[in-house]
Write a protein that binds this ligand. Structure first.
Ligand code: ADP
Length: 280
C-alpha cells in the first residue's frame, strides 16, 4: 500500500562526557550502532502502524548493510527494491552525544548519494513517501510516471526542490524547514503539515490553517526520529481515508510516542500502542 523512496544509514553512536573539540581525543566513550536514515526510519514506522511498506533505497556492498536493514527485515518491510551498489559504502552517520544531550553528527551518504533512476522500479502503491536524503533527480524520476498520492517530508532542507513541491499532495516540515522554504511554498495548494515539537502540529490546505493538534503528555526520553514517525503516520492515516483532523491527531500521538524511547527505529510505536493512547 505504501512505497517509501529514501535513505538507509547505519548510525554509529558514541556517548562521552563532553563533545571533542577539533584535535581533541575524548576517551571512555560508550559505543552502540543502530539502524537509521530517514527513509528506513519512515518505512519502519509506517509498517508498525499496519501499512504494507516497500522501501526503494540503496546500500553498499559491505558488512554494514546487513545491520542497517536488520530492523526493517524483522518488521516485515518489503526490501526487494533495495539496491546493493558495488564499490560503494552503506550510508553511515557518526554521532557523538554528550552527557548534557548535545550532539555532533557527521554523515557519509555513500550508496544513498549514488542512488540513481537506474536503480528504481515503477511505483505501483496507492501512496509514496519520500525525503531529501537521496538525490532529487532520482526522486523526480520515481514520481514521473506515477499518479498516486505523493507525500514529501522536506527534510533536511534542500534548495531548488520546486519541481518536487509541484508534484506533492502533502508536504511535511518542521518549524525551521517551514521558515526556510517559505518562498518555495508560495502558490502551493496541497496539504502542508508543520510540526512544532512538543507543541504539536498544524495542517494547512491551500495556505489556510484547517487543523491543529497537541501531542498527549508523555515522558520525553529522546526526540530522534519523532519527525520521521510523524510523517509516516500522517501519510498512512490520510492514505487510509481518515479525516484530515483525525489524521493530524493520529500523527501527533505517534510522534509523541516516538519520543518516549531511545533511538529512532526502536522507538516507533505499534498501531495498538497508538490506538490505546487515542482512546483515553
Ligand atoms: P523534527 O524532529 O522533524 O524537528 P518535531 O520536533 O517538530 O520534528 O516533532 C515532530 C512531532 O513529534 C511533533 O509534532 C509531536 O507530535 C512529536 N514531538 C516532538 N517533540 C515532542 C515533545 N517534546 N513532546 C511530545 N511530542 C513531541
Amino acid at each position: 500500500t505504501l512505497c517509501v523512496l529514501g535513505s538507509i544509514n547505519l548510525d554509529m553512536v558514541i556517548q562521552t562526557a563532553h563533545l571533542p573539540r577539533a584535535g581533541e581525543t575524548v576517551t571512555q566513550g560508550k559505543f552502540h550502532s543502530t539502524p537509521g536514515g530517514k527513509g528506513a526510519n519512515t518505512a519502519l514506522a509506517a509498517q508498525r502502524l499496519g501499512a504494507n511498506v516497500r522501501l526503494q533505497a540503496a546500500v553498499g556492498n559491505d558488512p554494514y548493510a546487513k545491520e542497517a536493514l536488520s530492523s526493517l527485515r524483522a518488521a516485515g518491510v518489503n526490501l526487494k527494491s533495495v539496491a546493493t551498489i558495488d564499490k560503494e559504502a552503506t550510508g553511515v552517520a557518526f554521532i557523538n552525544v554528550a552527557e548534557d544531550g548535545e550532539n555532533q553528527i557527521a554523515v557519509a551518504s555513500g550508496a544513498n548519494a549514488v542512488f540513481s533512476p537506474d536503480h528504481l522500479s515503477a511505483i505501483t502503491e496507492a501512496a509514496v513517501l519520500s525525503q531529501f536524503e537521496i538525490p532529487v533527480p532520482t526522486l523526480l524520476a520515481g514520481l514521473n510516471s506515477y499518479d498516486g498520492f505523493v507525500a514529501v517530508n522536506a527534510s533536511p532542507f534542500t534548495p531548488d526542490v520546486e519541481k518536487v513541491f509541484q508534484r506533492a499532495d502533502l508536504i511535511i516540515v518542521n518549524e525551521g524547514e517551514y521558515a526556510a522554504y517559505l518562498s518555495d511554498l508560495e502558490g502551493y495548494s496541497g496539504l502542508l503539515a508543520r510540526t512544532l515539537g512538543g507543541e504539536g502540529a498544524e495542517l494547512f490546505k491551500n495556505g489556510k490553517l484547517i487543523a491543529t493538534a497537541k501531542p498527549p503528555k508523555v515522558e520525553v526520553i529522546d526526540t530522534t526520529g519523532a519527525g520521521d514517525a510523524f510523517a509516516a503516520a500522517l501519510t498512512v492515516a490520510l492514505a487510509e481515508g481518515q479525516l484530515e483532523t483525525d489524521a493530524l491527531n493520529f500523527a501527533c500521538t505517534v510522534g509523541a510516542l516516538a519520543t518516549t524511547k531511545l533511538g529512532a527505529q526502536s522507538a516507533a510505536p505499534t498501531r495498538d500502542e497508538v490506538e490505546t493512547l487515542l482512546k483515553v
